[in-house]
Design a protein around this ligand. Structure first.
Ligand SMILES: NC(=O)c1ccc[n+]([C@@H]2O[C@H](COP(=O)([O-])OP(=O)(O)OC[C@H]3O[C@@H](n4cnc5c(N)ncnc54)[C@H](OP(=O)(O)O)[C@@H]3O)[C@@H](O)[C@H]2O)c1
Length: 319
């Protein structure tokens, strides 16, 4: 990927896409192709084809998707499977038709079986039943991986699927009704400070373990993969296994440790109360990142620093 290569970031205003946009700009890439949903609806096949034929991107970061929490996945399962299948199929096919050099398809750790070994290696894909709540979404993502693999075999394309762990960062969703655990903790803690409350109630026992990756670190990993030399990039695209790589830290913390770190960073000195009548969710969800580490990439932002940077970015909005 040269500094003046034509690079399309699908979903450049999302949490992942905006981080990739920042990283590419910071590293001096000048020829970025960006379209908002209003300018290009990725559900519209003809419009996607016209865009690709006109702009002829050479590299594609596929970070556009219909994404949501448990509630949204539960209420709109048809929308999740349909929209994701259409968006990714439109982009993958248009990339093939227009000879895109490399494509990075972003998925998520929910592609792995509910009872996968911990940490979860890439090889556990399709080895057991999925978590039912987001199965339509996960199956769309698994189909995307299978498409990348099939296209590579049949059309000799070079499409790679990257599966990030739980992400957090400035562009996150801080709405308590459908946010993930870390933004929810940041929001609750900010509110407790604002109102002078002396305690924060955290759902569950505080013992489940979670892995979290700062969004800018994920973007660095995506650029690292897309700029790998030909030999190392091709080593990820073999005929006998899916072109799949996990992106994470390889480390996890308990929800209690997470809540304590948020309290420290934001300066909340009250009590943390664990409401054990609320569900804990999966006890542990950790990516096996051996493949990524062996290529030479490690995350650089530790949890405290990442929370500090996120807080600095959203402080005005939440205070
Ligand atoms: N967030 C995480 O913790 C996490 C973790 C692992 C993997 N991932 C993966 O990363 C990818 C991106 O996730 P995200 O968290 O960045 O999601 P996000 O913040 O919701 O961003 C998704 C982007 O896709 C765009 N988009 C959706 N439908 C579109 C359409 N029909 N036409 C044009 N644009 C459309 C959205 O545009 P609008 O802004 O106009 O809606 C938005 O910019 C997903 O594949 C997800 O599975 C995320």
């Amino acid at each position: 990927m040269n500094k003046d290569s034509r690079i399309y970031i699908a979903g450049h205003r999302g949490l992942v896409g905006s981080a990739i946009h920042r990283a590419l700009t910071a590293q001096g890439y000048t020829n970025l192709l960006l379209r908002t949903r209003a300018e290009l609806d990725l559900l519209n096949t003809a419009d996607v084809n016209n865009f690709f034929a006109k702009e002829r991107p050479e590299y594609v970061f596929l970070a556009a998707a219909k994404v949501g929490g448990i509630l949204a996945n539960n209420n709109y399962p048809a929308d999740f499977i349909r929209d994701n299948l259409i968006i990714q199929t439109n982009i993958i096919e248009a990339s093939r038709l227009n000879n895109v050099e490399r494509l990075l398809f972003l998925g998520s750790s929910c592609i792995y079986p509910k009872f996968a070994p911990q940490p979860m290696p890439e090889s556990c894909l399709l080895t057991g039943p999925l978590e039912p709540t987001n199965r339509p979404y996960a199956l769309a993502k698994i189909t995307g991986i299978e498409m990348c693999w099939s296209y590579n075999r049949q059309y000799k394309t070079k499409y790679l699927a990257a599966m990030p762990t739980n992400l957090y960062g400035p562009g996150d969703n801080f709405d308590l009704a459908n946010s993930h655990v870390l933004p929810a903790l940041i929001r609750k803690t900010a509110e407790a400070i604002n109102t002078g409350a002396t305690k924060i109630t955290v759902w569950g026992t505080g013992t489940p373990r979670r892995e979290l990756l700062y969004s800018d670190d994920l973007a660095e990993a995506c650029l690292f993969l897309m700029t790998l030399d030909e030999a190392r990039y091709s080593s990820l695209l073999t005929e006998d296994s899916p072109p799949l790589i996990n992106i994470g830290t390889g480390e996890d913390v308990t929800i209690r440790e997470l809540a304590e770190t948020v309290a420290n960073v934001l300066g909340f000195s009250g009590k943390l109360v664990f409401d054990t009548s609320k569900p804990d969710g999966t006890p542990r969800k950790l990516m096996d990142v051996t493949r990524l580490h062996n290529l030479g990439w490690h995350h650089t932002t530790n949890l405290e620093e990442g929370i500090r940077r996120t807080w600095e970015a959203v402080r005005a909005q939440l205070s």
